[in-house]
Design a protein around this ligand. Structure first.
Ligand SMILES: Cc1cc2nc3c(=O)[nH]c(=O)nc-3n(C[C@H](O)[C@H](O)[C@H](O)COP(=O)(O)O)c2cc1C
Length: 191
């Protein structure tokens, strides 16, 4: 798939075929893509726990999802990837303190997005879930204390006929600027 098609085809998939597993090889490819992400001082602070075990997935959905944000649709996803960040002593952490910029979170965000873009290329559906209960999830995946759990990424084969929700985006002129932060980017005539 061409890169632009990958970008266009990625959407938050919230309906999966529960009976169609994802081959391990494809999950491995997604993890390898995630690993290629850039990170401050090459600290590679991302950790991934891939949950395919049916019982464990059910426990995660029952105990760590739901409530205010109805994320229970994830029960049909054959793969749940828990994305966590570690903060090791080193130049990246030192830099964060000095600059007050959470480099490790930026790093993990880009590696998670590498993962979902690769999944898209492979024809898989994916959805980031940032709304989960930390304590039960931590217990269920036996996360070390030093890990900060950031997101669950659901992966699987999209159910046929399912339409993504609102995919609108803000105008470029509202989010991009030229030369200074007051001059909106007014686009380029690509014709
Ligand atoms: C960090 C992050 C957390 C998110 N958390 C959730 C979530 O808990 N539940 C959900 O249904 N979607 C979640 N989403 C998906 C967004 O709602 C979605 O990306 C956004 O509406 C744009 O739609 P699109 O991904 O289909 O383009 C999350 C996305 C990101 C990047």
């Amino acid at each position: 798939m061409q890169f632009d098609r990958v970008l266009q085809n990625r959407f938050s998939c919230r309906s999966f075929d529960p009976l169609r597993p994802v081959p391990e090889g494809l999950i491995d490819e997604c993890l390898r893509a995630a690993r290629l992400a850039p990170s401050a001082c090459n600290a590679q602070p991302w950790r991934f726990v891939v949950v395919t075990d049916e019982q464990k997935r059910r426990s995660i959905c029952d105990e760590a999802l739901g409530g205010l944000v109805p994320n229970r649709w994830a029960a049909d996803a054959p793969v749940l990837v828990i994305l966590a960040a570690v903060r090791k002593l080193g130049t990246a952490l030192l830099g964060e303190g000095i600059k007050d910029i959470p480099y490790h979170l930026m790093d993990c965000g880009s590696s998670g997005e590498h993962l979902v873009l690769k999944a898209t290329e492979l024809g898989l559906g994916s959805c980031w879930l940032g709304w989960f209960r930390d304590k039960p999830l931590r217990r269920l995946i036996r996360a070390p204390k030093s890990w900060k759990l950031l997101a669950i990424i659901a992966l699987g084969w999209p159910k046929e006929g399912w339409e993504p929700l609102d995919r609108s985006r803000m105008d470029l002129g509202k989010i991009a600027f030229r030369d200074d932060a007051r001059t909106p980017w007014n686009g380029v005539d690509t014709n």
